[in-house]
Design a protein around this ligand. Structure first.
Ligand SMILES: Cc1cc2nc3c(=O)[nH]c(=O)nc-3n(C[C@H](O)[C@H](O)[C@H](O)COP(=O)(O)OP(=O)(O)OC[C@H]3O[C@@H](n4cnc5c(N)ncnc54)[C@H](O)[C@@H]3O)c2cc1C
Ligand code: FES
Ligand code: FES
Length: 483
């Protein structure tokens, strides 16, 4: 049965701006759309940035083009020249847990791990992280120390450029309106080298006050060469060539490193903003240079520890017909909701949270901030935690969605995770609890035996205003024992 279509209730909880929606299945189809719509189109990769911009009326595209059905945009491989090629639509989470990235591009893995929320990491992509042009994005410093290139594609062909040249100003890149980012390419790893990344934030789940990545190659005590890049300290992510030159070719000493750190603090051009002050950013940049350089220096030539998770193919492309919806047009989507096949008629701009709560009448997923910051709306999509307030319902077509109502244990029992939360008294008002439970399920799907650090890291994007996190962490530890 098709569920009846409920009217929107308020702007705070729903996305009211209407647009047409296209879901091409091949790059060729995508390029036709790019030529047709140009700057009237917005591309939807993970949607974590785009959805917040739409909600805040900062962009008003005629059409949203979803990239997620195009397999050529996803995945990580090593090409014949030994370069690492990362498809633009590869998730931040997949990059973090890629063995090649962890072994040879440690700064990049660390920058992905530093994202403010696990759900954003799972949904967000590297293409979105670079194309939104934010000076506070986490992956650009880590990519720029490797002289990473971006590959751009349009109907006229491909062009490549250094990421350092691609980024121009806040929210401004060299991408032309009919181009898409196809991939990011990192040069072959260099012998006896290592890299490290550090991010300073107000609270752990936040954008950077300042971030830094350093790559160094050493021969005994000599710094053969080094690259330093910083984020959130200038209108775009920058390299620090004067500090790099000061270190390159010299014997390592703490006084030499301190001089380089001083140069870094002089060459950045930070501003005062909501996250920090110019003074603090200059001061902290010195300590960040010292710590990050030492980490990279110590690791030169050493084999990096590789930590993999249990989920290899996140949100694989689906084998369904390409979707073409005009503004106001409706379409049936089919989802397996808590194990049951459901059909529901949606418009392109409708959000998954609204469809689940208003139309399918499962009110477990809660509406909190509406912009990705609290985790209250977390549901599982194909087994992984996503934010239903930043997910278009039409994007869920063909996928398995699980809400807190779908949790169950042995006959007549709660799910072991629910039992553990109750036994550990890990809730008071309970508003955040469905989100925490679903994030915990996602964690255990990936890492059946997480450490306490893994638990704190995985739940960093979920906010609780009453209970206190210690009892929640205790509950997750208990649920591991109950599995
Ligand atoms: C609560 C919250 C926390 C966040 N925390 C962090 C954080 O800690 N660190 C951080 O760096 N960022 C953070 N972000 C910002 C954002 O989530 C990331 O930048 C993310 O990587 C964006 O990727 P996406 O796939 O979701 O982009 P989308 O929102 O899908 O797209 C972003 C923009 O890029 C364009 N685009 C996407 N893919 C392509 C492509 N292949 N070719 C051309 N254009 C493309 C889109 O048109 C759009 O304009 C956060 C955001 C939120 C809401
Ligand atoms: S309501 Fe979705 S993250 Fe807050
Ligand atoms: S238990 Fe009340 S917000 Fe977490």
């Amino acid at each position: 049965m098709t569920e009846p279509h409920a009217p929107h209730k308020s702007e705070n909880t729903h996305l009211l701006y209407e647009f047409a929606y296209r879901e091409p299945a091949t790059l060729a189809d995508l390029l036709v759309l790019m030529d047709q719509y140009g700057n009237e189109a917005e591309l939807l990769a993970g949607g974590t940035h785009l959805m917040t911009q739409l909600k805040m009326n900062r962009t008003q595209p005629k059409v949203v083009i979803n990239l997620n059905q195009i397999p050529d945009l996803k995945g990580i491989s090593v090409n014949a020249a030994g370069e690492l090629v990362i498809g633009a639509n590869t998730s931040i989470h997949e990059i973090e847990f890629n063995a090649e990235v962890q072994a040879h591009y440690a700064a990049l893995a660390a920058s992905c791990a530093s994202f403010g929320s696990k759900q954003i990491e799972i949904m967000g992509t590297i293409g979105g992280n670079l194309c939104n042009g934010s000076p506070a994005s986490d992956t650009p410093p880590a990519l720029m120390i490797f002289d990473a290139k971006v590959v751009l594609l349009s109907s006229k062909g491909t062009r490549e450029m250094l990421l350092a040249d691609f980024l121009v100003n806040p929210r401004e890149t060299k991408r032309k309106e009919n181009e898409i980012m196809l991939a990011v390419v990192l040069p072959k790893p260099v012998e006896n080298s290592a890299s490290a990344f550090l991010k300073i934030t107000r609270v752990v789940a936040d954008l950077a006050k300042a971030s830094i990545a350093i790559r160094v190659q050493r021969n005994g005590d000599t710094i053969v060469n080094c690259a330093i890049s910083m984020g959130a300290v200038a209108p775009k992510v920058i390299r620090l060539p004067r500090a790099e030159a000061h270190l390159t070719g010299k014997k390592f000493s703490e006084s030499l490193l301190s001089e380089a750190a001083q140069i870094v603090s002089e060459d950045i051009t930070p501003i005062d903003d909501v996250r920090s002050t110019t003074w603090y950013r200059r001061e902290v940049s010195k300590a960040m240079t010292l710590d990050t350089f030492r980490m990279a220096w110590e690791n030169c030539g050493k084999k990096q520890t590789v930590k993999l998770d249990g989920m290899e193919n996140l949100f694989s492309t689906l084998n369904h017909a390409p979707i073409d919806l005009n503004e106001n047009e409706e379409r049936d989507i089919f989802i397996k909701l808590n194990g049951r096949d459901r059909k529901v008629r949606v418009q392109p701009h409708e959000l998954l949270i609204n469809v689940i709560r208003d139309r399918l009448e499962l009110t477990g997923a809660k509406y909190g901030c509406g912009i990705g910051e609290c985790g209250a709306c977390t549901v599982l999509m194909d087994g992984m935690a996503v934010l239903s307030c930043l997910t278009l319902a039409v994007h869920a077509d063909g996928r398995a969605i699980m809400t807190v109502e779908g949790l169950e244990g042995k006959p007549g029992k709660f799910d072991p995770v629910q039992e553990a939360y109750m036994e550990s008294q890990a809730f008071q008002c309970g508003y955040c609890t469905p989100g925490f439970l679903m994030a915990t399920k996602s964690l255990l799907n990936e890492l059946p035996k997480p450490s306490e650090d893994d638990i704190r890291d995985y739940l960093k994007g979920n906010r609780c205003r009453c209970t206190g996190y210690a009892s929640i962490v205790r509950a997750v530890v208990n649920s591991v024992e109950k599995q």
